[in-house]
Design a protein around this ligand. Structure first.
Ligand code: HEC
Length: 191
């Protein structure tokens, strides 16, 4: 009797798997579903937390110069997907599956600096997020981390978590230069 129930459950589970595989489609057009996104995010955060425990190079001493450099690199390497403000996905990123993260949102801003460093250095497998560890020096990766911290969450009325850049008034000027950096990145004439 008991084994009959178990076999029924196994058969039903098998049937569900077959039905979902038949419905499975490789298109990147639909928005990723809520359950899938939640499960993927939970697994991702745990894996990033674990992987980023190793020691990383020290952060640059001059935060303002670092944010400024980060803005230039952001315009060249990140805005193509994440958008110039880190929030409004660019056309290329808009239809990726999963979509590029909102860098101004609390989900990203709640990563530690060490985790952000790891993400930019290693990328995220099975997503469009590239690894920059082979093309950027550790200093430049720090610049990007510092710059991401200055992206204004208040753009969409969010009172985001603490961050180096947001607390440090010396870097707020650099934030406003993003337009210039992105403009120069596209025209190919960065100073
Ligand atoms: C080719 C498109 C693309 C480019 C270029 C790109 N990203 Fe991403 N990025 C993504 C996608 C897609 C995700 C979402 C990954 C996910 O949902 O797991 C992401 C996620 C992230 C995240 C958050 C990780 C998370 O939990 O989702 C950070 C931080 C990030 N990117 C920073 C950057 C920075 C900094 C640069 C430039 C140095 C950059 N990205 C360039 C596509 C891109």
């Amino acid at each position: 009797m008991r084994s009959g129930i178990v076999w029924t459950i196994v058969a039903l589970a098998g049937l569900l798997i077959v039905i979902s595989l038949m419905r499975f489609n490789l298109t990147a057009l639909p928005e990723p579903g809520h359950v899938e996104t939640r499960a993927a995010n939970l697994a991702k955060r745990a894996l990033i937390y674990r992987a980023s425990r190793q020691a990383i190079p020290p952060r640059p001493l001059d935060t303002k110069a670092s944010v400024d450099n980060g803005g230039t690199h952001y315009g060249l390497e990140c805005s193509i997907c994440h958008g110039t403000d880190g929030h409004t996905q660019a056309p290329l990123g808009r239809w990726m599956y999963p979509r590029p993260a909102d860098l101004t949102g609390s989900q990203v801003q709640s990563y530690s600096d060490q985790e952000l460093f790891w993400i930019i250095q290693n990328g995220i497998r099975f997503t469009g997020m590239p690894a920059f560890g082979k093309v950027e020096s550790p200093d430049h990766i720090w610049d990007l981390v510092n710059y991401v911290r200055t992206l204004p969450g208040e753009l969409h009325g969010e009172n985001s978590t603490e961050s180096v850049g947001r607390k440090d008034p010396s870097v707020s000027v650099a934030r406003h230069r993003l337009g210039r950096h992105v403009g120069c990145a596209h025209s190919g004439s960065c100073a």
